[in-house]
Design a protein around this ligand. Structure first.
Ligand SMILES: [Mn+2]
Length: 337
């Protein structure tokens, strides 16, 4: 953030505001972690913020210190609507276009509130009064740490805030191994541990609380893995029937896509997951190196994200989707080497 932005934020927060904080739809660890951390921080400064998630978040994040600061728009619909309509200041975290919020989009578009965007995705929209966007950042949580630091607020970082921020940085960096993980990221994380984040416990809460059904579903996913050596590509499919058979619940397939990248020589990994209720195939893309899955998802699958991690969707069957996907690879053969 530049000094003008910092001054603007300081003056906005110098008076009592009606604040809501919004993560993207299907919020992940970084989205929920950053929103809750910011909510706890703003509360510590005397504000009274509320997080409104467009829909539910995964079980492996439910242990985060939320202190009833979070509404699920699908469950607390009228309360959430009212809060957004009355808001004077709206933070949008870990996304940069209203369309990423699903059903919240028309409410946000109609709002007269001042917007503050904190986000690390590419090609940010221009709706915010203050846009803190940096695509080189590991995570929105690292940016929220910087944001708090810019407001001279690090002494207000409680154990709860540190825990939320640590969780988001850990999940968005693949446990500190992705390209975007810098020495600065590690310094922030070290400070968060000093502020009380219990790194080992957080890791266990997120990664070591599998149900037997989830591990069996992973077995199915790995069994379905298809390797296209010619294109240094591997992909996984999961049908609705396979999900149902293993009592699928939200978040169960988190991280499955990454297994493709653990194969030697594979630079591009994809997972196609059928969602009968929404009538779509949900797709996650991951890459190693310079091949941009952000552009790939934008160009072919109605999505986007980061250079090495993105998402998209398809409205035809899994079989048709993967056939189309395979047909695209010839054009990218060189880039995928
Ligand atoms: Mn993120």
């Amino acid at each position: 953030m530049n000094s003008t932005d910092i001054a603007t934020v300081k003056s906005l927060l110098a008076k009592p505001q009606k604040i809501v904080i919004i993560p993207h739809k299907n919020p992940d660890g970084d989205a929920i972690g950053s929103c809750l951390a910011l909510a706890h921080f703003l509360k510590a400064t005397g504000q009274n913020p509320m997080v409104i998630a467009p829909n539910d978040y995964p079980k492996f994040l439910k242990w985060l210190p939320s202190d009833n600061l979070i509404y699920n728009f699908e469950h607390q619909n009228s309360q959430s609507k009212k809060l957004i309509e009355e808001a004077t200041l709206i933070f949008t975290l870990d996304f940069n276009h209203f369309s990423r919020t699903g059903q919240l989009e028309p409410l946000l578009a109609a709002s007269k509130a001042d917007f503050i965007m904190i986000d690390h995705h590419q090609q940010p929209d221009t709706y915010a009064r203050v846009t803190y966007s940096d695509v080189n950042m590991s995570s929105t949580c690292e940016m929220v740490y910087n944001f708090i630091e810019a407001l001279d607020g690090t002494d207000k970082i409680s154990k709860d805030i540190a825990t939320c921020l640590y969780t988001g940085i850990m999940t968005d960096t693949g446990s500190f191994k992705y390209y975007s993980t810098t020495s600065k990221t590690h310094r922030v994380v070290a400070n968060l541990i000093d502020k009380g984040a219990e790194n080992m416990t957080i890791h266990q809460q997120v990664f070591d609380t599998n149900s037997p059904a989830r591990l069996h579903l992973l077995g199915v996913a790995l069994n379905n893995l298809k390797i296209l050596e010619e294109y240094n590509t591997a992909y996984i499919t999961l049908s609705q029937e396979e999900l149902d058979k293993h009592n699928y619940s939200k978040g169960d397939t988190e991280g499955f896509v990454n297994y493709g990248l653990t194969l030697e020589g594979i630079n591009f990994a994809v997972i196609f997951i059928e969602n009968k209720e929404e009538g779509i195939i949900k797709i996650s893309f991951r890459s190693i190196g310079e091949f941009s899955v952000n552009e790939f998802a934008r160009n072919h699958f109605n999505g986007g994200g980061h250079t090495n991690a993105s998402g998209g969707r398809s409205e035809v069957s899994i079989a048709e989707t993967t056939k189309y996907f395979e047909s695209l690879l010839e054009n990218y053969k060189l880039q995928l080497q």
